[in-house]
Design a protein around this ligand. Structure first.
Ligand SMILES: Nc1ncnc2c1ncn2[C@@H]1O[C@H](COP(=O)(O)OP(=O)(O)OP(=O)(O)O)[C@@H](O)[C@H]1O
Length: 479
């Protein structure tokens, strides 16, 4: 049985604007980023009945006669990715790309978890969600130099590097330094775009062009018009779709699905991969002609292990960003910084950010101490018993890693479901368990009762936490 983890905790740890919506299309919760940037009202107890429609009242989809993507989601339970125009917290017109995914609560009740990204950059400083590339190492300087060189041109760029190393961030930097900076930056994730839907997602479709296509729809290319289209995980694009993308890159004209008219695409294509595309070409998994079109200007995004000297700057910079989202001034103690710098391999910047995000949620007085750092691991990090404070990344497991304490978010029972990152879920669960043990003065029978699980299950889960998070101490002596 999944644990009772408050959804608000999951939201707090999500850096992007995010909301949770019930099957009745009521707004259940939102995080600070959604409030500050998009203007989603923060929940108060009197707002129990706040309907999504009223929250998005000024968006296109709310006014349209078609079922909204959110309504559709509760019918087919499929993740979605669409673009809507709405007003920001400051009343400015913004273009928002929304990503919907399933989320289950402790009773197995389905909710919608929607994250949002602002595609245009209105003038307001509040809406300025640009982030700077942090780092002064040689590897980072080399990347920055290549980005600065290529940005003013219209050349396609291929960013390659490990997962979480900062490829999307580098793509945004190219966009910001280009003459297209005030036009949209649109993300197409090739792992989310299914083969059947890819063509209509990318090129759009005319009304009634295929079963289920109710109205006409703009594709990502049209939305990105004048700006940049970032195709993430390009190595995952099936061969049949590679041919369609090649056509676009060759003549920059395309037709909507079901359309007769040729439209011109004024987009700059940036693609990214964590796979060896050239090797894929040799193995026949990626088209050579497409590879050469995309990789006109390849840029390596270095992994954190190649720029360890950047860790202190990254820690400070990331904490400043996290603190801004929460309205706090966060810092690390000297010992905590030492601990972070002494890790021999720490995954990539995403993992470092996750560690700090978690630490900021549990630390006292805005100062992160070594005890707040959850580093050992659950499939993302593994303690290296021979190396003291040194950790290495786990090899991808054949089966999904077993979480420390069950699962509050259970999308993995259905192949269509996209889970939240495991490390965030596991850390929230672990901290929640520890807080409960402390709150009940170590009385396990009360904790088990609170969670609605047997004491045997509780003992098993606590043992799993001890096993998976070796650094983490559960205080059983009470408050
Ligand atoms: N140099 C950097 N300075 C500041 N933040 C960074 C840097 N590099 C990465 N980040 C942060 O790390 C996180 C992961 O970065 P990003 O999503 O760009 O990685 P990615 O390589 O595109 O990942 P994936 O391969 O999974 O798509 C983001 O929160 C990003 O803001």
């Amino acid at each position: 049985m999944p644990l009772n983890i408050p959804i608000s905790e999951v939201l707090k740890l999500c850096g992007e604007p995010a909301i949770v919506v019930s099957p009745q299309l009521q707004l259940v919760a939102c995080n600070n980023a959604a409030h500050n940037i998009i203007g989603i009202p923060l929940q108060t107890s009197a707002d129990q009945e706040l309907m999504l429609d009223s929250v998005l009242s000024n968006s296109e989809s709310a006014r349209s006669a078609q079922p909204s993507p959110q309504t559709q989601f509760f019918k087919d339970k499929k993740p979605y990715n669409y673009i809507r125009h709405q007003k920001s917290a400051d009343g400015e017109s913004i273009v928002v790309q929304a990503f919907g995914k399933p989320l289950l609560d402790e009773q197995g009740q389905l909710y919608l978890f929607e994250t949002m990204r602002v595609l245009n950059q209105p003038n307001s400083s509040k809406n300025d969600n640009r982030k700077n590339i942090i780092g002064q190492s040689e590897a980072c300087a080399k990347m920055r130099e290549r980005i600065q060189k290529v940005a003013p041109t219209k050349l396609p760029v291929l960013l390659y590097g490990e997962s979480g190393s900062g490829k999307e961030m580098a793509a945004q930097y190219v966009h910001q330094l280009s003459t297209r900076q005030n036009k949209p930056f649109v993300v197409g994730d090739c792992t989310v775009l299914t083969e059947a839907l890819f063509e209509s997602e990318l090129f759009g479709h005319e009304k009634g062009s295929f079963t289920g296509s109710v109205g006409e729809k703009k594709g990502l290319i049209e939305v990105a018009n004048g700006g940049t289209l970032f195709l993430d995980e390009i190595g995952e694009l099936p061969l049949s779709l590679q041919a369609k993308l090649l056509r676009l890159l060759e003549n920059f004209t395309y037709r909507r699905v079901g359309g007769t008219e040729f439209l011109t695409a004024d987009v700059r294509i940036i693609s990214a991969t964590n796979r060896d595309l050239f090797e894929m070409v040799k193995q026949g998994g990626f088209r050579q002609d497409l590879y050469y079109r995309l990789a006109v200007f390849p840029i390596l995004v270095p992994s954190l292990s190649e720029r360890r000297e950047d860790i202190p700057l990254l820690v400070e910079g990331l904490l400043e960003q996290i603190g801004k989202e929460m309205g706090r001034k966060l810092k690390t103690s000297e010992d905590a910084m030492k601990k972070l710098c002494s890790l021999s391999l720490i995954g990539n910047v995403r993992e470092l950010r996750n560690i700090l995000q978690y630490a900021s949620a549990v630390c006292n007085d805005d100062v992160i101490t070594p005890e707040d750092l959850m580093i050992a691991g659950n499939g993302l990090y593994q303690a290296d018993p021979d190396a003291g404070l040194s950790f290495r990344r786990a090899e991808p497991a054949a089966a999904p890693p077993v979480s420390a304490a069950g699962r509050s978010v259970l999308p993995n029972t259905d192949a269509e479901f996209q889970p939240l990152p495991d490390d965030i879920v596991d850390r929230v669960e672990m901290q929640y368990m520890a807080d409960l043990v402390k709150r009940h003065n170590g009385d396990k029978s009360k904790v088990a009762e609170h969670l609605g699980i047997s004491q045997r299950t509780l003992y098993r889960r606590l043992a799993a936490i001890k096993q998976n998070f070796k650094d983490f101490v559960i205080d059983e002596s009470g408050e």
